[in-house]
Design a protein around this ligand. Sequence first.
Ligand code: FMN
Length: 385
Amino acid sequence: MTRDVFLEGMSRSATTVSIVTTDGPAGRSGATVSAMSSVSADSDRPSLLVCVNKNSKSADIIRANGRFCVNVLRDSQAWISDAFAGRTPIEDKFTAGTWVETGLGSWSLENALVTFDCELKSEILYGSHYVFIGEVENAAVAESGPALVYSNRSYGSSVPLGATTASRREVPEDGDITTVAIGCYTSLAPFLIPRIISDYQSINPLVNIKVYEGNQDNLIHHLGVREADFLITYQAEIPDWWTESTQIASLAPQVILPALHPLADQDSVSLEQLADEPLVALDSPPLRNYVLSLFTDAGLQANIAYSSPSYEMVRSMVGNGLGFTILGTNPASPITLDGRLTVSRPLSNDSAPSSIVLVTDTSREISAEAQAVHAYIAEQLNNAL
Ligand SMILES: Cc1cc2nc3c(=O)[nH]c(=O)nc-3n(C[C@H](O)[C@H](O)[C@H](O)COP(=O)(O)O)c2cc1C
């Protein structure tokens, strides 16, 4: 086990980001920390810990002042994290953000998610870091929101998995309306969902169709936590030990090329011809792996030049001549959102089609209304794509 493997491994984990401040006889200081954790809610006063490098300016000042305040940052405050990590050339770190005295001798950030004002109760010097354990004397809990997260050496946001795009018709709360929740793969949704909602309004106006859009990982989450009654998605990468799938379409892969590309003159295009061309990959599970497997199954390797999680971004990049892409669905219009022309060609190889399925959770019964919508899609939208 080397130090490098440890650091690489730790970079995979995700932490919140906090600014630890202190003030008192030894002066004022502040540092960005990701090493912050609750210790106990049931000590004399609730307690937490932070790990601060012994060589940082703040460590000795916290020890001398005997106090520190933990300010947990929102996802919009990465710039304040950078300032207190010494990444920004400013003389006084406290000019980043608005800081107010806590009244107990430390400084709190206005609009932090939460600030914990602590008395230093214990310090352990372990290797390069002090573990400071503080008892929380005062906590200011602000309006909730996504926390700033540090993972894979970059900042991110703690948006809940359940918060992918959802659409819902406003319905009167008179108790007669039943909601049927469908999780739909993002790039399939525009092909199917508007039609399902509009058709179903005349079939049964007392059913409100709620939709969660997302990629395969998001959708499995929505089904697993019982937010979605069933899913409409690609079969690939759906765990089969707790789900049941009904196929509604089998789609041959479509090659999308810039209109003026030399291969656009052909009726169909082979993977061999595409292997050296720059691929603009739709970076969304499971489509990315599906497209790459078309090449590897043919003994070839795709040449990924760009990737994006957005279907329309991928099409616009193709339209601007940056490469080709392979999609599961064939867009009705060859014009991209920025007005460029593309062409769509089938693959000449005998490649595996992608299967579009309705997925239910075998461990539970869905409502009669959800079963009816499921049956309608299975019958009416069979091969509608
Ligand atoms: C996202 C992020 C997380 C950090 N986490 C820690 C940490 O947990 N402990 C630590 O000692 N330093 C951490 N640092 C580095 C300190 O913020 C940095 O060394 C800072 O310059 C210390 O300031 P000071 O010397 O003025 O006290 C982190 C930096 C960043 C950008």
